[in-house]
Design a protein around this ligand. Structure first.
Ligand code: AMP
Length: 496
């Protein structure tokens, strides 16, 4: 094939693809801008041959141009977190061997020192489009080639770059389009961060594949979302549980008439989806009481795409993630690596199939460790009850799910240990109604030193994203450790 197949993205398609502020961009206009970008990126070259090109900007026309333009040129897109601190960005850029970073003039990000240190170039999307001089044909891009490196936090201390092929993207997208009945008449808001599959695949790519309209919101604005919903702008809505909590709070704070208008707006949509973290049953029920919508909860991971989903037509059960999606193979395995035979027996979710990632970029040991007999080991423990999967939690306590992000406790501990007052640090997640989990730290201090939470959070600013900075702190005389010298994190839970 000559290019990744997004059927709606073609010249001559006049339908609206993106709504960005007052601007409406048609599929046809996007397509010619993507082609110009790809030619500008290629310059004199015929093929990008796997050059890693980072994309660092929020949702909008520039993001779509860069992502698809990199794909058309044969490059590998590395979408990065616009809210990440400089050291975090630097790590990902270096790890993926990025040679160019695409930014948007509309959303400038201070990158100069990082780029200088790494010897890489930051380019504005407009400039790359403007650099297109000739109408040379774009290269043929094999579907088996890597399309993206998406960074995820693993159980180790550093994020890992999951390599996802064009083919896997196609399978993920077409699976969801079918399961959730996407059509070109859909319209959906996009406010999720675009360095994560939830935003990239479930919202943006599904919409652009089938010709629907995406309302790009560069920054989450709950009040605006509610106004737009009340005005009937959306047919579909996808968010993390934390956002539904925020929406409920906002809606409940409105005057009666306005509240009714917003609730009716959500009621008229054809589907509301929740995922990326467990949706508390109370949230499911409150949302249903307010809007009449039974949230469709689904389960997936960066490495696998979406794997399990409540049904579109059948009963959506609160606290459950539903059934394995058609075309995906998932099984629960016990501790002896045997498939679980009976319902109600928990096991680790393992996934196989064309939607699964290729491996971690430049990390063969981590890739090998994450597969067993061809199955990807998610590290999540689940159980099937009456034909519905229920996620019990991660097999490891070191991954903290906060605000839809997956945070590595070890990574945060590593940064905290750089504080002059801290001798030892152990980080865990503690349950929280709004954020899913919040980061809590237990520390011991160096002799004569003192530390409080506001001081620690201030110190963390600029060293890590704000959502990673601890929201609870416990100063201890000694951390509980086992005979092997490892911190017993379960013993910290009650204390924090
Ligand atoms: P990420 O790779 O950042 O998307 O994180 C994937 C992880 O998020 C999974 O391995 C699960 O631990 C968690 N996750 C995703 N969706 C759900 C869900 N609906 N319920 C519980 N956990 C979820």
């Amino acid at each position: 094939m000559s290019r990744p197949a997004f059927p709606a993205l073609r010249r001559g398609n006049p339908r609206v693809a993106l709504i960005e502020g007052d601007a409406r961009h048609s599929y046809a206009a996007l397509e010619s801008r993507i082609e110009a970008f790809a030619r500008g990126l290629l310059g004199e070259k015929d093929h990008s041959t796997g050059e890693r090109v980072a994309v660092l900007m929020p949702a909008g026309r520039d993001y779509v141009t860069a992502l698809h333009g990199i794909w058309r040129a044969g490059g590998i897109a590395v979408p990065l977190n616009v809210a990440a601190a400089a050291p975090e960005l630097e790590y990902c850029l270096a790890q993926a061997g990025v040679t160019r970073v695409m930014t948007s003039r509309k959303h400038p990000i201070a990158l100069d020192p990082v780029c200088k240190r790494l010897g890489i170039e930051a380019r504005d999307v407009d400039d790359v489009v403007g650099a297109c001089r000739q109408q040379r044909p774009l290269p043929a891009v094999e579907r088996s080639r890597p399309a993206m490196i998406v960074f995820t936090s693993g159980t180790t201390s550093k994020p890992k770059g999951a390599v996802i092929t064009h083919k896997a993207i196609g399978v993920q997208v077409t699976t969801l389009i079918k399961a959730w009945r996407w059509t070109r008449n859909d319209s959906i808001p996009l406010f999720l961060p675009l360095h994560h599959l939830h935003g990239i695949i479930n919202v943006l790519s599904c919409a652009l594949w089938c010709g629907a309209a995406v309302h790009a919101m560069p920054k989450l604005d709950v009040a605006r979302l509610c106004e737009q919903a009340a005005g009937g702008a959306y047919s579909l809505f996808m968010a993390v549980p934390t956002l539904y909590v925020k929406l409920i709070e906002h809606i409940e704070s409105l005057a009666a008439a306005q509240r009714k208008a917003v609730c009716d707006g959500f009621r008229r949509m054809r589907l509301n989806v929740s995922g990326s973290a467990a949706c508390p049953v109370q949230v499911f029920e409150r949302w249903k009481a307010l809007t009449g919508q039974a949230l469709l909860e689904r389960y997936g991971a960066t490495e696998t795409g979406m794997a399990i989903s409540n049904p579109y037509d059948g009963k959506r059960r609160a606290g459950y993630v539903g059934q394995v999606l058609p075309g995906i193979t998932a099984l629960l395995f016990d501790e002896n690596d045997q498939p679980v035979q009976k319902e109600t027996v928990p096991g680790e979710v393992r996934i196989r199939g064309e939607s699964v990632f290729q491996g971690y970029w430049n990390d063969e040991p981590a890739t090998r460790a994450s597969f067993k007999g061809g199955w990807f080991r998610t590290g999540d423990i689940a159980v099937v009850e009456d034909g519905y999967y229920r996620i019990l939690g991660r097999s490891s306590v070191d991954i903290i799910k906060s605000c839809g992000y997956k945070l590595s406790a070890l990574e945060i501990e590593g940064v905290l240990l750089g504080h002059e007052a801290i001798a030892e640090a152990a980080v865990i997640g503690v349950p929280d109604d709004t954020w899913g989990e919040i980061v809590a730290a237990a520390v011991t201090l160096k002799q004569g030193a003192s530390l409080d939470l506001p001081g620690l959070r201030q110190w963390c600013a600029g060293r890590m994203s704000s959502y990673k900075a601890p929201r609870r702190l416990k100063v201890m005389d000694g951390l509980p450790r086992n005979a092997m010298g490892k911190v017993i994190k379960s013993a910290l839970r009650d204390l924090l």
